[in-house]
Design a binder for this molecule. Structure first.
Ligand SMILES: NC(=O)c1ccc[n+]([C@@H]2O[C@H](COP(=O)([O-])OP(=O)(O)OC[C@H]3O[C@@H](n4cnc5c(N)ncnc54)[C@H](OP(=O)(O)O)[C@@H]3O)[C@@H](O)[C@H]2O)c1
Length: 229
């Protein structure tokens, strides 16, 4: 069996994808692409093959993708350089003979320049377009906002300020935790029937909630903690 390679495996999403894969298949079937081998000790210890590469270094990607069947492609986090980096990843996958790329894109309602997150969106939209035109088999996972972001949005002072600052109005979000999104990605990678081939899926939680709901949940949880103490 040719291997599955996970990029971004030193980050929370990619590492959770590898952990989920390790629950479902042998380590010998898994490789990772990392920039810094020193961050990948736990992966090596599990028997996962560690390959070195950088989205900005085309040659490193072609070498790292050799003998790989499927790539789980974690979008880069350098927004200013992401578009050429993603061109490199898609072109290198094709040149190296990768069959299938699973790309982590974003959930949206508005693809126009009027979107307040257009500066983030534009490189995702570009990557979806080039993947679809690449001739590679693709699966696009349009991830909603991680539930893991709520504590970051809330900030460390929340229980003192009792204020959750979020420009959301009455907007609702179906948050999902990153580990669930990762497990869904692992299932796509291990699927053998082809049912996820050349398709895009929105990956979200089961229920859309408002930030009023989030605030109410935090209030209830903090009261419970106070009583417990
Ligand atoms: N939906 C959401 O709510 C949400 C929230 C936050 C982020 N995101 C996006 O989701 C993606 C992954 O999530 P995450 O939480 O795991 O992100 P993260 O913590 O930003 O991790 C990104 C991973 O990509 C790797 N990477 C970055 N630039 C690279 C390059 N030039 N070449 C090779 N590898 C590179 C990083 O490697 P190093 O360890 O070497 O830096 C790291 O392993 C990111 O694109 C991020 O922007 C989504």
């Amino acid at each position: 069996m040719k291997k599955i390679l996970v990029t971004g495996a030193t980050g929370p999403l990619g590492s959770a994808v590898v952990s989920s894969l390790l629950d479902k298949t042998a380590a010998v079937n898994i490789a990772v692409l990392v920039r810094d081998a020193a961050k990948a000790g736990w992966l090596q210890a599990k028997g996962v093959e560690v390959r070195i590469g950088d989205y900005s270094d085309y040659g490193s990607l072609v070498a790292a993708f050799k003998d790989i069947e499927k790539v789980y492609f974690v979008s880069g986090n350098d927004i200013a350089r992401r578009r050429p980096q993603h061109d490199n990843v898609v072109n290198a996958a094709r040149e190296a003979g990768v069959r299938h790329v699973v790309y982590t894109s974003f959930q949206r309602k508005d693809e126009t320049a009027a979107s307040p997150i257009h500066f983030v969106a534009t490189s995702h939209l570009h990557t979806e377009r080039i993947l679809k035109a690449s001739g590679l088999t693709y699966t696009i996972l349009q991830l909603g906002i991680y539930a893991d972001m709520i504590p970051i949005f809330a900030g460390e002072q929340l229980l003192d300020t009792k204020t959750l600052y979020q420009p959301s109005g009455d907007g609702r979000t179906a948050f999902a935790v990153r580990t669930d999104l990762a497990e869904a990605g692992a299932n796509v990678l291990l699927e053998t029937t082809g049912k996820y081939d050349d398709k895009a899926f929105e990956l979200t939680g089961p229920e859309a909630v408002s930030y009023d709901d989030v605030a109410a949940g935090i209030s209830a949880a903090s009261r419970a903690v106070t009583i417990t103490l």
